[in-house]
Design a protein around this ligand. Structure first.
Ligand SMILES: [Zn+2]
Ligand SMILES: [Zn+2]
Length: 183
């Protein structure tokens, strides 16, 4: 046997093993923290988070490899950014409107379709901004549109008394019915 420095070789092996196990334990704890942080960026599901941490806690390096294979591919931030991008693309598509008649591209402020002359919007009577046909008032200047089909004027009292149970009463009943339904 050659002269081993620093005592017996068993002591040296024990020292090396101790250093190695401390080193391994530090890596293990660091891996567990890393996985804990990583899985929290990828899912909000607490069950998935616990399983991921347990996987590394029980499996050490092989458990970490399995985690790297099975973890959700994208972080929540990446998913959020992608949904924002998709929303922006959809918004762009929505901005480029098509004529409902001939499908030609029309801009939002066109009054008529230049390809088929279909009426798309009507100009505001006060400020000439293009308005949808369904709008009740101009959002730019507040001008209230005069409705195309004006509601029937309320029957006056004289007509009511004379009409009795005929048309006047019918209108009155139906209008009160509408009022009750609306409330
Ligand atoms: Zn058209
Ligand atoms: Zn207007």
């Amino acid at each position: 046997m050659f002269d081993w420095p620093g005592g017996s070789w068993q002591d040296t092996v024990r020292l090396v093993l101790t250093v190695l196990s401390i080193y391994g334990a530090i890596i293990w704890v660091a891996l567990i923290f890393w996985v804990f942080r990583d899985i929290r960026q990828r899912t909000r599901d607490p069950v998935m988070q616990i399983i991921s941490v347990l996987l590394v806690l029980a499996g050490f390096l092989p458990g970490h490899w399995i985690y790297l294979i099975l973890r959700p591919r994208q972080t929540l931030t990446e998913l959020y950014e992608r949904s924002l991008e998709e929303e922006a693309i959809l918004q762009d598509l929505d901005d480029q409107k098509a004529c409902p008649v001939c499908r030609a591209r029309v801009r939002d402020d066109y009054l008529i379709c230049p390809s088929c002359l279909a009426e798309l919007k009507e100009p505001c009577e006060a400020c000439d901004k293009p308005l949808d046909f369904g709008w009740l008032a101009c959002p730019y200047c507040g001008y209230q549109k005069t409705p195309a089909s004006a509601p029937a004027p309320a029957p006056n009292h004289i007509g009511d008394e004379q009409g009795g149970g005929s048309l006047g009463g019918l209108v009155r009943r139906s209008s009160s019915l509408v009022r009750r339904r609306g409330s």
